[in-house]
Design a protein around this ligand. Structure first.
Ligand code: GLC
Length: 740
């Protein structure tokens, strides 16, 4: 027998990994040997602390659980001072001094708040995604946090669902790439460094497919849909070495996802070999009682642990019942040991056993929070995340030597501007309103302000003053949208209109000044039905909730310092009746003929076009780009060959700018029906005015794989259509054949 001697490099890696890996595993095993059953159960328990602006209000009830060794992690406790106080109890008052994990929702920034995640996804800039989460990790770790409950990687195709604001929109490919970038930003390359934190892929799984867009609602889908659409972004986080997962609130095909052995053990822990740990969502284990899946708390604890949820967030059922369940033989002690081991392993990886207080450093906290370079980066990222939806006759950018009527309930706002899940971001003082942003460009004497109306009330008493204000100025800037409470968790809507009487105000102003330039800036957490407003204004900038530096970013865009480059990652419907609507639906057996949209007995509505108001991948720039000279390297490829396609992108306008070039495929025939289009590549390029560039994509059979009806992941020979395009709104003109 000959032994294959690995190369020196591989041998070196093996030795390092072995020593390093064995070090943690051996240390965990050694610690586990010394732990009582109660102490091992204690690691599976997470409690939440209160918090305030200066730091957590340490709730004495939790101090007792910590001191009793009944707590492995704390939620919603931060600042160096607050985490040090609780860590001291765990380290000094418990028998073994096992340090706590401190976790918090650092979703789009910690103190420096970036645009909401749906906005950031519209930048299609993976570097920015990673940079924003890297900065978030710097600030969060400087305030004693070890762990964020992010990224949220739920594919979302229903804007009625408020949590569409937290993710990367409707597409699997883009969502998977963005998921990886978040994990890399949060976890960095070395978890033992004190500026990296654990990431958490959530909400596992298919939470975004809630019926009727109603939060926490039932999810029913085939395993085929689950594997082709909703699982891939989670798998992408595994490939990026994510250390934790969060099980979700929803049921999936009749089984709550926080008690779902198929998704948690069979797929996540067995098929994907996930070695991190799974935390439940907030009391989602207990909620299996309400789901009608557990008859009481005792049974919910049994189901949760047996299904593979390793830590109970705020439910208290693990602390109260696991020992009894083990005694009664309803839970195998090995399951609790595995859960405890997974949790301890992450604590070793973070270096908490070397120094439990390494993240609770007040000096580092003062030096890190709101660093000028963090704020400057947030300003630039916010500009790159705002989508220019309309710009008739180059209404934008604005010139400074004009007067402006600034109207709308969000025009001077510095509260909603951080959006939902604004974390520890300062909601009164640090954030820059759009009004303040404009003052960077024009004097306050050039700005006439009128609120006009509230965000949600029916009160129109402010209309008259607003109309008078509009008449006085050269240009009208409307800043309207949703309150940040209208998206995010438990914030589903049945209609997608701009709320309150804001639409009526827009209409009243347009009627009063029929020929004046009106710019609409939107602040909202979901795609809205702006079908009517679109006809009443000259330009629309979708700013979403742009975060701490949002006002400056919007002003930078309005006055042309920044050229809009973002493109939609979630479809804007014409009306809520079209929902769910997304670019890569199935063709059906009766698609609408392109040349006769009104043909009878086709899959269309009798009262609305099928097409969206604004499609996935759409966004304007102040310049224009043309696509030409499409080239394809072959008409036929074999299974182990690659295909190259390219196109020439030209900047044909008057501004330098960035363009997000997109690659789409259509698998024309499959053993299961395939979407009419699938994003399979994208590249963001910068072109000076007049400049052109050839953009090339390479396609391999790996890019053509999907799960078939037997849940086998593979590629099938046949014809594929292919296109390089500026958005998903195009007709295919080219194709190739894949041959065995
Ligand atoms: C919430 C959310 C989840 C969050 C957790 C902790 O209910 O569903 O996204 O991370 O509780 O705040």
């Amino acid at each position: 027998m000959t032994f294959k001697i690995p190369s020196l490099c591989a041998a070196l890696i093996m030795v390092i990994t072995h020593v390093h890996g064995q070090n943690y595993e051996a240390q965990v095993d050694a610690l586990m040997q010394r732990m009582t059953l109660e102490e091992r159960i204690g690691q599976t328990v997470m409690y939440g602390g209160g918090w305030d602006k200066t730091g957590p209000t340490i709730n004495t009830e939790f101090e007792k659980h910590i001191a009793d060794g009944n707590t492995g992690a704390m939620l919603n406790v931060y600042t160096a001072k607050g985490t040090r106080a609780l860590q001291k109890i765990a380290v000094e008052q418990t028998r073994l001094g096992i340090p706590l994990l401190f976790g918090y929702d650092v979703i789009h920034g910690h103190r420096t708040i970036f645009p909401i995640n749906l906005a950031l996804s519209c930048s299609w800039d993976l570097g920015m995604v990673e940079q924003s989460s890297r900065i978030a990790a710097e600030e969060a770790s400087a305030e004693g946090l070890h762990w964020t409950f992010a990224p949220m990687v739920d594919v979302a195709r229903d804007p009625r669902w408020g949590r569409i604001s937290e993710g990367a929109g409707e597409d699997v490919f883009l969502g998977s790439a963005i998921a990886k970038a978040y994990v890399k930003g949060f976890q960095g390359n070395d978890l033992s460094a004190n500026n990296t934190i654990l990431a958490c892929a959530k909400h596992y799984v298919a939470y975004g497919a809630a019926q009727a867009g109603r939060d926490y609602h039932t999810v029913n889908m085939s395993e085929n849909e689950l594997r082709n659409v909703y699982l891939p972004p989670f798998k992408a986080t595994i490939d990026a070495n994510v250390q934790t997962f969060m099980s979700a609130f929803n049921e999936l095909n009749g089984v709550p996802t926080s008690g779902n052995k198929f998704t948690l053990r069979d797929i996540l822990k067995d098929e994907w070999k996930f070695k991190g740990f799974v935390v439940s969502d907030y009391t989602s284990i207990n909620e299996m009682i309400m789901h009608g899946f557990a008859k009481d708390s005792l049974e919910s604890a049994k189901i949760g642990m047996n299904a593979g949820v390793d830590m109970d967030m705020m439910g208290e059922v693990y602390r109260k019942y696991l020992k009894q369940l083990i005694t009664e033989g309803k839970v195998d002690e090995a399951a609790v040991n595995d859960a405890c081991r997974r949790i301890l392993l992450t604590k070793f990886k973070l270096g908490l056993f070397d120094d439990p207080y390494r993240y609770s450093d007040e000096t580092r906290q003062k030096e890190t929070i709101y660093k000028p370079e963090f704020l400057e980066t947030a300003r630039h990222i916010a500009a790159a995340s705002s989508v220019l939806l309309k710009n008739d006759n180059e209404a934008l950018p604005l010139s400074k030597d004009q007067t402006f009527a600034l109207i709308g309930p969000l025009a001077k706002d510095e509260y909603h501007i951080n959006g939902n899940w604004g974390g520890a971001g300062d909601r009164d003082g640090k954030s820059v309103s759009i009004y303040e942003g404009l003052l960077e460009y024009v004097s306050d004497k050039a700005i006439f302000y009128s609120k006009g109306c509230d965000i949600e009330s029916e009160d129109q008493s402010g209309f008259k003053a607003a109309i008078e204000t509009a008449k006085k100025a050269d240009v009208v800037l409307l800043v309207m949208g949703e309150s940040y409470h209208m998206s995010g968790e438990a914030a589903s809507r049945t209609n997608l209109k701009i709320p309150g009487v804001q639409p009526e105000l827009i209409q009243a102003i347009r009627e009063a000044i029929p020929n004046k330039k009106i710019i609409l800036v939107l602040m909202n957490g979901r795609p809205l039905n702006i079908s009517e407003e679109k006809e009443e204004v000259n330009a629309i900038l979708e700013a979403w909730y742009p975060g701490t530096m949002g006002g400056l970013a919007v002003a930078d865009l309005l006055f042309g310092k920044e050229n809009p480059s973002a493109k939609l990652t979630a479809t804007f419907p014409r009306n809520v009746g079209q929902v769910p609507i997304y670019y890569n639906m199935k063709n059906t057996g009766r698609p609408i003929p392109k040349n006769n949209p009104k043909e009878d007995y086709k899959s269309n509505y009798i009262d609305s076009p099928n097409t969206p108001l604004y499609p996935f991948g759409f966004g304007l720039s102040y310049t224009t780009f043309t696509y030409s000279d499409f080239k394809i390297s072959a008409k036929t490829i074999g299974f182990n060959e690659t295909l190259k396609v390219s196109a020439t992108i030209s900047n044909t306008g008057n501004y330098d700018g960035q363009e997000i070039v997109q690659l789409y495929l259509h698998d024309k025939v499959g053993s299961v029906t395939r979407p009419v289009k699938e994003l399979k590549g994208f590249e963001k390029i910068f072109l000076k005015k007049g400049e052109r560039k050839v953009v090339t994509f390479e396609i391999s059979t790996e890019d053509l794989k999907f799960y078939n009806a037997e849940m086998l992941y593979g590629v099938e020979p046949g014809e594929f259509e292919i296109a390089i395009a500026p958005s998903s709104d195009f007709e295919f003109e080219h194709m190739f054949e894949l041959k065995k």
